[in-house]
Write a protein that binds this ligand. Structure first.
Ligand code: NAG
Ligand code: NAG
Ligand code: NAG
Length: 390
């Protein structure tokens, strides 16, 4: 009896120490403005620094503090999900230099747009694995071209393994925010991605609404189908106001503009957890500068939707003029200032090519390595006390 209460005292002491440490850690950061709920989504990985959609770009994004890695997914001829911005791979790989694949060069219409080049659906995974990634926008990112041909095309499973592996030492969930690209096109080819993606995620233990996964698409029908297939969270992406989701083209008059009205947003909230609009829905540009914020965020929140706009990029060519620096296309401007304007407009998260800049705006919210270490030590001591003092 006495022994039990002594053991309990040791445990209580350890718990008290743990509480004190955590409070101290929290106090260290008080006084610094934080936006700890701001979700940092690494757009194509840390694609501002390393060629996009490579394990190098995704890994760097984790160390920069990203909450979610954002792979765009396309299909191989043998049914594997791989990460590329588009199924046409001449911009993002060295395929054009490979004589063995010359015969696969072709022209086709994808979602009403004619494209010429090499397409992932004409390659097996083994064939795609012989290619190497190159910088997709070399004019804006000349530095990244030094890493041309350094990395392979990653599969979705490899990205999951990377996220789960890095989670081990970051001691925080590393989420994945996959986009299903060209859903209708791949369905027509008999290579629909929805079911294989859900199966892969479920197989890897991502099954619930609170799993660190959000599945995004510019189309509507596939998101509604996904709602029937999984409890994982879904994000409706928005193209320009006048354009239509590809699955609606020729079937309905529905435009993204219709979907951005209060009643349109309520319809989207029937199946989606959040929306991923072009930035212009939130703060349109007027004469190249940021204008006044619209009511989009307020209306989306009223419908119960999170708002994660795209895409935040530090190079001059992408920035509003008042945040540019110098006159070079590839010059680095004040992305932090642009992000702060959008945070003031009420966004819940953002897609950034430089996730480190977004993480600075979020503030010192992640557990520091020393806090993680001391928490681990105390948890270890507590567990040990239960075993030793049993
Ligand atoms: C890297 O790849 C891009 C895109 O194909 C190309 O424009 C650029 O010249 C390449 N740079 C180097 C250094 O290989
Ligand atoms: C989802 O399931 C419901 C109920 O079974 C069904 O009415 C609806 O048509 C399904 N939607 C899609 C897009 O498959
Ligand atoms: C923004 O709103 C203010 C106050 O309503 C107005 O004076 C200004 O002209 C607006 N700016 C733009 C670019 O619409």
């Amino acid at each position: 009896m006495r022994k039990t209460s002594a053991a309990m005292q040791v445990r209580l002491t350890i718990l008290a120490l743990l509480a004190v440490t955590l409070v101290e850690a929290a106090e260290k950061t008080t006084g610094v403005p934080t936006n700890c709920d701001l979700l940092v989504i690494a757009h194509r990985g840390a694609s501002g620094y390393v060629p996009e959609h490579t394990l190098g770009a995704y890994a760097l994004a984790v160390t920069m503090g990203a909450d979610y890695l954002e792979p765009d997914l396309v299909m191989t001829s043998d049914g594997h999900l791989v990460a590329r911005h588009e199924n046409e791979i001449s911009l993002s790989t060295d395929v054009a230099e490979r004589p063995e694949f010359l015969a696969r060069y072709k022209t086709q219409t994808i979602d009403t747009v004619t494209a010429t080049g090499w397409f992932t659906e004409d390659f097996t995974l083994a064939e795609l694995k012989t290619l190497r990634a190159v910088e997709r926008i070399p004019a804006a990112r000349p530095g990244n071209t030094r890493m041309n041909k350094t990395f392979e095309i990653p599969t979705m499973q490899e990205i999951i393994d990377l996220a789960k592996g890095m989670q081990e030492f970051t001691k925080r969930p590393i989420g994945i925010y996959p986009e299903i690209k060209h859903s209708t096109h791949f369905q027509r080819l008999g290579l629909a991605m929805e079911r294989p993606l859900v199966d892969l995620l479920h197989k890897n233990g991502y099954k619930h609404a609170d799993s660190p996964i959000m599945i995004q698409s510019f189309e509507v029908t596939n998101l509604k189908e996904l709602k029937n297939l999984t409890d994982l969270r879904l994000i409706q992406l928005y193209g320009s106001r006048g354009s239509q989701p590809f699955d609606q083209f020729g079937h309905s008059g529905l435009t993204y503009g219709d979907m951005s009205t209060p009643s349109g947003l309520r319809d989207v909230a029937e199946y989606a957890y959040g929306v991923g609009p072009d930035k212009n829905y939130i703060i349109p540009r007027v004469d190249g500068k940021l204008g006044n914020a619209t009511e989009f965020v307020r209306d989306a929140h009223a419908a119960g939707l999170k708002v994660h706009p795209y895409t935040f990029r530090a190079e001059n060519v992408f920035l509003p003029v008042e945040y540019q620096s110098g006159s070079l296309v590839e010059g680095i401007g004040d992305l932090r200032g642009e992000i702060e304007a959008f945070v003031a407009a009420g966004i819940d998260g953002l897609f950034a090519d430089q996730p480190d800049v977004a993480a600075v705006v979020r503030g010192p919210c992640l557990p520091s390595a020393s806090t993680v270490l001391s928490v681990n030590l105390y948890v270890f001591a507590l567990v040990t006390s239960f075993i030793v003092l049993r």
